[in-house]
Design a protein around this ligand. Structure first.
Ligand code: M6R
Length: 596
């Protein structure tokens, strides 16, 4: 993962670099580093984040008018200072986002020829390769180019030379990187969030590009070494600094922001037509990771009802390598909050190669997936700072259901189902707000689960997918072992987990399957489980006498799904609080997963 940012300017850059770096911490936050040049050559690294880095820099070290910085999510090597970027060798400083797959072979070769390595990272080979080329007499740009020719894998690299302090060199393959500019300042960054406030316009580098940046020029060379001219876009202004307001954590604030996020997303997509090439779809292939995958799986149940189209739900990291046959007439839907997730992004060329149109359901509309999609079908959840997806998940549900409604209209499907879904979407913001008011009861449940240190979530149809999201949220926020199963699967193995007092949490609305789900709850109860039912007002009577606790949540049908999601989010949040976890930045995670 990791985030990189670099600035070359007519003025000192340290302050702006660190501010840009702070914006990239959603990509990783275990360690950070900076190299500054002109005058002098300063390198600082810390365990921690951008503010720790700022504190580590002495004032007399901040005069450099060019600099590169990095925030890390460890792939190779523990989060230790020596593994933090920039990696420096013989006056060549490099920050890298991506994975160099052949680093071991390269390191071995370099060590044999006398190079000494200081870190356990894959990235450290890069400054060594550049320095080696320089020692052979290559000019700065040629040395970068010769070095990247050795690399297999994915990289976005920014290079600062101690002996060329008014230049930054950039190379890109596989990992996204942008160049930004305004008068007297040129920047490189992993995404536009870091450029906002620093630059007015940006362009995205393409695979195989090299770029040479000075305070007043940008030169991009394509993979054939030819000067490339690229389209520049406006950098959107940085959103207002996200305030915690009355909340203790961004995650909790973002849970509370859901009514607004859902209303805005629904308003934006209501009535939005589908282009002909997409409306003619015969099959929908949803590709995503993590919560975005569960959002697609939850929405699928209703999209199939709405449209009669077969819908496949594909884990991006599997799909990219599966060589699955893709039928003519398919439309791909990539679902991603960040629009930068490496595995999701890697599926795009598969669809391109088969002429399959791609719809990007993204929250960050200036993202790589958004740029590469044939149709952007955006969520407008606003920026999400908590690592756990909350408001982006429910906004994705809205966007996906609106996509289903649009297909239903284009295909002239049953208007009654459409009306049912639209009514649920209209009610969803109020349902979220009402569910939030049940927080004290959910907090009490969370304390019990935290004490048990395990949970099994079950459901059928959309409830099974919501159970998956519940287990993911509980795991990532509280580190409690949690599993999710389609309720009918329990007896095929997982029921062996049940002991006296096991927490089993059931998601069931009053649909045709509620009786079946109640029976599954009976089965675990008969084996000692302590059952909690998240259901609607009618479901509450069906579960009476079966569940120890019945949480009668607001709404019916589609609207009720949103209540179940808010309930699971508050449950996971309070379990994390009970166990003293770092709610906004859980261990080992990053907001955006830009490596595979
Ligand atoms: O940005 P994306 O939606 O593509 O991210 C996908 C997952 O990495 C993400 O949903 C992750 O699972 C969250 N931490 C879940 O809360």
């Amino acid at each position: 993962m990791c985030g990189i940012v670099g600035l070359v300017s007519t003025q000192p850059v340290a302050r702006d670099l660190i501010s840009g770096l702070g914006q990239l911490e959603y990509r990783g936050y275990d360690s950070a580093g900076i190299a500054l040049a002109g005058p002098g050559f300063v390198v600082r690294k810390v365990i921690g984040c951008a503010t720790d880095l700022a504190a580590a820099l002495r004032l007399d070290e901040t005069a450099g008018r060019a600099g590169i910085a990095h925030t890390r999510w460890a792939t190779h090597g523990k989060p230790e200072e020596r593994n933090a970027h920039p990696h420096v060798y013989q006056g060549v400083a490099v920050v890298h986002n991506g994975i160099i797959e052949n680093h071991a072979m390269l390191r071995e070769r370099l060590v044999e020829s006398g190079h000494v390595f200081l870190s356990d990272t894959d990235s450290e080979v890069v400054p060594h390769l550049i320095a080696e080329a320089r020692a052979r007499g290559a000019a700065h740009l040629d040395a970068v180019q010769q070095a990247v020719e050795w690399l297999h894998g994915a990289y976005a690299i920014a290079v600062l030379f101690a002996d060329k302090p008014d230049h930054i060199f950039v190379a890109k393959y596989g990992s996204p990187v942008l160049i930004g500019a305004r008068s007297g300042v040129v920047a490189v960054a992993s995404d536009t969030i870091a450029l906002a406030g620093l630059c007015l316009r940006y362009t995205a580098l393409e695979d195989g590009d090299l770029a040479v940046l000075t305070p007043d020029s940008v030169r991009i060379l394509d993979s054939f070494g030819k000067t490339a001219s690229r389209t520049w876009e406006l950098v959107m202004d940085r959103e207002q600094a996200a305030e915690l307001d009355r909340f203790e954590h961004h995650t909790r604030r973002e849970i509370a922001e859901q009514p607004v996020a859902l209303r805005n997303t629904d308003a934006l997509l209501r009535g939005k037509p589908l282009p002909d090439g997409i409306a003619a779809a015969q099959r929908l292939i949803f590709v995503a990771c993590g919560s975005s995958l569960y959002a697609a799986a939850t929405a699928r149940v209703w999209i199939e009802k709405l449209t009669g189209l077969p819908c496949d739900i594909e884990i991006a990291s599997e799909y990219r390598y599966r060589e699955a046959p893709i039928q003519a007439g398919s439309v791909a839907v990539l679902v991603s909050q960040s629009g930068e997730t490496a595995d999701s992004l890697a599926c795009l060329p598969l669809f391109r190669a088969r002429g399959v149109p791609v719809v990007g359901v993204v929250n960050v509309t200036q993202s790589t997936i958004a740029r590469a999609s044939d149709l952007v079908w955006p969520t407008t959840a606003g920026r999400e700072l908590g690592v756990a997806a909350t408001k982006s998940f429910t906004a994705q549900l809205v966007a996906l259901l609106r996509l289903g409604v649009a297909f239903s209209q284009a295909r002239d499907c049953d208007p009654a189902v459409r009306a049912q879904v639209v009514a649920g979407l209209t009610a969803a913001p109020m349902i979220c707000a009402e569910t939030e008011e049940m927080e004290p009861a959910l907090a009490e449940l969370a304390h019990w689960i935290a004490g048990e240190n395990e949970a099994l979530f079950i459901g059928r149809a959309a409830g099974a997918a919501i159970a998956g999201e519940a287990a993911l949220k509980l795991k990532e926020l509280s580190y409690i072992r949690a599993e999710a199963y389609a309720a009918g699967e329990l007896k095929h193995g997982p029921i062996a987990l049940i002991r006296q007092g096991s927490p089993v949490l059931v998601f069931a609305g009053t649909d045709a399957l509620v009786g079946k789900t109640v029976s599954n709850a009976e089965e675990v109860r008969a084996r000692g489980a302590n059952v909690v039912a998240f259901t609607d007002a009618d479901g509450a009577s069906a579960f009476a006498g079966v569940a120890e606790t019945v949480m009668a949540l607001p709404g019916r049908g589609v609207g009720h799904m949103f209540a179940q999601v808010v309930a699971l989010q508050l449950l996971a949040y309070h379990a994390a609080l009970a166990l003293g976890r770092n709610v906004d930045r859980p261990r080992n995670l990053a907001k955006s997963v830009t490596v595979e």
